[in-house]
Design a protein around this ligand. Structure first.
Ligand SMILES: C[S@@+](CC[C@H](N)C(=O)[O-])C[C@H]1O[C@@H](n2cnc3c(N)ncnc32)[C@H](O)[C@@H]1O
Length: 223
């Protein structure tokens, strides 16, 4: 393991805004995020598969009256978002190092108001369908932790994952679906602007856009 990674893991160990195995709050936070972490009653928004947490940071900056939690299994990636929040003094953001399939271990029924999925792995092979983060299995987990009326948002460069997700959603009891296959030429880009009015863009997306990929986006109420 590189020294850089070890240094990041050491930072995560002492950062109050990273919850991970071995820290006391990791075991007790379920159902208690507002009371014991954020110390307010503001809505909780998740960025799942957050990577470096660009959205968690940008949205926390833009919406101080909401609480944001970036979730990813890779500690060296979410380190970036954690450190940025510490530098900016953003107390309404946190990072959880966990597997998304275990999300119900960390959030109680009705605890979450909204979920963002930004460039989740497309998992194009048929055999990997169950691992796609918009598979029915995952949608069930999201519903279990969500409030009635919760929003689900997906941004992806993968046309295949996008069309798969629309198909799955249309077979479910969702409402208020809207979408675009070209986000940069859609009024829906308004959902993705940072505090300065510039589009939020992750490291992954920069690579896709450079290759000429179109960015797809959808949102709907999951229940
Ligand atoms: C393609 S990257 C995108 C990261 C970021 N959203 C971005 O746009 O730069 C996908 C991320 O999902 C995380 N991931 C994939 N499956 C996961 C799972 N089941 N549980 C937790 N994290 C997962 C990976 O660690 C990786 O950081």
């Amino acid at each position: 393991m590189g020294r850089n990674k070890l240094a990041r893991f050491a930072d995560n160990q002492v950062a109050y805004n990273v919850l991970q195995r071995g820290k006391p709050q990791y075991e007790t936070i379920r159902g208690n995020w507002q009371q014991t972490y954020f110390h307010n009653t503001n809505p909780i928004v998740l960025e799942l598969a957050c990577g470096r947490g660009e959205y968690t940071v940008a949205l926390a900056e833009k919406f101080p009256e909401q609480n944001f939690i970036g979730v990813d299994i890779k500690g060296a990636r979410l380190w970036k978002g954690s450190q940025l929040c510490l530098q900016k003094g953003l107390r309404n953001a946190a990072f959880l190092r966990a597997q998304i399939q275990n999300i119900e271990q960390f959030f109680a029924p009705g605890e979450v108001s909204e979920i963002w999925l930004i460039h989740p792995d497309p998992r194009p092979k048929d055999g990997d369908e169950r691992r796609r983060l918009t598979n029915q299995r995952f949608l069930q987990h999201y519903r279990h932790i969500g409030k009635p009326g919760m929003w689900l948002r997906l941004r992806t460069d993968s046309a295949q994952l996008f069309h798969y997700t629309i198909e799955v959603l249309q077979s479910e009891n969702i409402t208020d679906l809207s979408y675009t296959e070209d986000l940069y030429h859609s009024p829906l880009i308004a959902d993705h602007l940072d505090i300065n009015g510039a589009p939020i863009r992750t490291k992954y997306e920069e690579m896709f856009v450079a290759k000429g990929h179109k960015i797809h986006y959808l949102k709907c109420r999951l229940w």
